[in-house]
Design a protein around this ligand. Structure first.
Ligand code: SIN
Length: 532
């Protein structure tokens, strides 16, 4: 089957939905999403969305905080553009129906998180993402020009070079092959404009607070199609996820520290003041490394986050979701500290995109976490990601609309998906085993603290698994598990290869063989591109 529209969007988080709502006024939109529309990382975001909002704050201060958190690697022009568009992005969300928390006097209740010098984070209690996703999904579902395809997994991008089997100096995206999980058919979705809004890749790591869908699909597909990928070494570990055998890395928002919570060792000693002047509100890379160090020195399985000095009424009102979830695991955060560890949270690298979200494959855009836009550099400032999603969605929409008004060369005929002689797999165990092996290998060798030796070891393992998957991929009919495994393996390889190239420690990339930042040789993005 072939499904044609004006705009193809892959992914249904804040970036994909915002883009859809903006372009839908001008054409037909196909929005493809792997599971149910609201099963996204956006929906799990607790903390909020940063934007300058008070007279005490300024664009310069928000920029300074972003540059400093990003270890001076962010692109200053991009940072300025995003920060200056912050208030308009908040306005857009409010117009789409998002309700942010307010104080008694009806002004917005702004919070703080690590690395922010001011209170500038709009939130909806501790479930900001859920509220944003609710409002945007309602608006998308009510729009007559948007068709949502749930349970559809993108397999690969379709490009002109691939279709015509020619080497092209400048390639163009024509759409994507997409697997319908309900009937196992692979369909062609073609469109003059394709947008990757597929989110991040936390599932590359065994311990992650990302949802199961975060398998780096957009990055892997763009890489296979020949797009430039950047800064994959910068995987952000969130310092505080709940440490409990049944909790599956439930996030304890940084806003809890923003409102006064203190990190402590098991003996009750606070430790962050020995690591950074901002103590518990230091940038995330510093807090995550401090926790890693404390656990290693003291042989502990976790550290503790203590907010018991606040009243129970305050905690229950400000953090209802975190309070209830912790309580369901037998932890009453109003009375006892919460056991926490770090887990993979946000990928600062991704598909290299310009200030309009455009990649180096014509008519292919990448927005949100899938992209490396230049905003985050070596470490993302908390609550800048939802902001990035809205700002780049709007700019990508503007650029797409300008592109479709130009005369676009006719599209060559796209052949249907060919299954060749592939048959049903009789060895699903291969997929399950490799899935776990990759994720454990990444945790053990490519985690918060790295070394060249560990990285080389990890690369060897990942490349072996890759060979096995390639054979398997061509022999057996594809399933969503196999597509995701192939993607996490590609992303793992890209993370390791970028990490091996950066011979310094900067932001989220910390290598014991090069402990210092090296501004002379490495103050630039790590770029990587497939050779054909
Ligand atoms: C959090 O609530 O701590 C997550 C916010 C973010 O990652 O920006």
């Amino acid at each position: 089957m072939k499904i044609t529209s004006d705009f193809l969007i892959i992914g249904s988080g804040i970036a994909g939905l915002s883009y859809a709502l903006t372009v839908a006024e001008h054409g037909q939109v196909s929005l493809v999403t792997k599971k149910e529309i609201a099963t996204t990382a956006t929906r799990l975001a607790q903390g909020g969305i940063a934007a300058v909002a008070t007279i005490n704050d300024s664009f310069e201060q928000h920029m300074q905080d972003t540059m400093e958190a990003g270890a001076w690697l962010p692109d200053e022009d991009i940072v300025r553009m995003v920060v200056e568009n912050g208030p308009a992005a908040i306005e857009d969300l409010i117009n789409w129906g998002v309700k942010f928390s307010r104080k008694q006097d009806q002004s917005y209740d702004l919070t703080r998180e690590g690395g922010h010098s001011q209170r500038r984070i709009y939130h909806s209690k501790d479930e900001t993402g859920k509220e944003i996703e609710r409002a945007l999904v309602d608006a998308v579902q009510a729009h007559p020009n948007i068709t949502v395809y749930e349970n559809h997994v993108a397999v690969d991008l379709i490009t002109e070079a691939k279709v015509t089997r020619r080497r092209l100096k400048s390639d163009r995206c024509l759409g994507a092959y997409v697997l319908n999980r309900e009937n196992d058919q692979v369909n062609v979705f073609d469109a003059p404009i394709t947008v990757l809004a597929t989110g991040g890749a936390g599932k590359v790591y065994f311990y992650t607070c990302n949802p199961d869908i975060a398998t780096g699909d957009g990055i892997a597909m763009a890489y296979r199609a020949g797009a430039t990928i950047a800064n994959m070494e910068f995987m952000q570990f969130h310092p505080t996820t709940l440490y409990h055998p049944q909790a599956k890395s439930f996030l304890i928002s940084e806003a809890v520290r923003g409102e006064g919570a203190i990190l402590k060792r098991s003996d009750g000693t606070a430790f962050m003041e020995s690591y950074h002047p901002l103590k518990d509100l230091a940038p995330r890379d510093i807090v995550a490394r401090a926790i890693d160090n404390e656990m290693k020195i003291h042989g502990d399985d976790c550290v503790f986050l203590d907010i018991t000095h606040k009243t129970a009424d305050y905690i229950k009102d400000r953090f209802p979701h975190i309070y209830e979830t912790c309580l369901s695991y037998g932890i009453d955060m109003t009375k006892e500290p919460i056991p926490v560890v770090s887990a993979a949270h946000y990928l600062c690298g991704g598909v290299k995109a310009d200030s309009w979200g455009e990649t180096d494959i014509n008519h292919l855009f990448a927005i949100g976490e899938v992209a490396c836009s230049g905003l985050h550099g070596a470490n993302r400032l908390a609550s800048n990601s939802l902001l990035e999603g809205v700002v780049f969605a709007k700019r990508a929409a503007e650029r797409s609309l300008a592109l479709v008004q130009q005369a676009i060369p006719p599209c060559p005929t796209v052949e249907p998906w060919d299954t060749g002689s592939a048959k049903d797999s009789d060895e699903e165990v291969v997929v399950a085993h490799n899935w776990d092996e990759i994720r454990l290998c990444m945790c053990n060798y490519v985690g918060i603290v790295r070394s060249d030796k560990r990285l080389v070891r990890a690369l060897r393992r990942v490349q072996m698994i890759q060979e096995e998957i390639t054979d398997y991929y061509w022999d057996f009919l594809i399933t969503s598990d196999l597509i995701e495994l192939r993607n996490i393996t590609t992303v793992a390889e890209l993370i390791i290869r970028c990490a091996l190239r950066r011979k310094e420690s900067r932001g989220l990339h910390y290598n014991i063989n090069y402990l210092e930042r090296d501004d002379i040789h490495f103050k630039h993005d790590t770029l990587i591109r497939k050779t054909f």
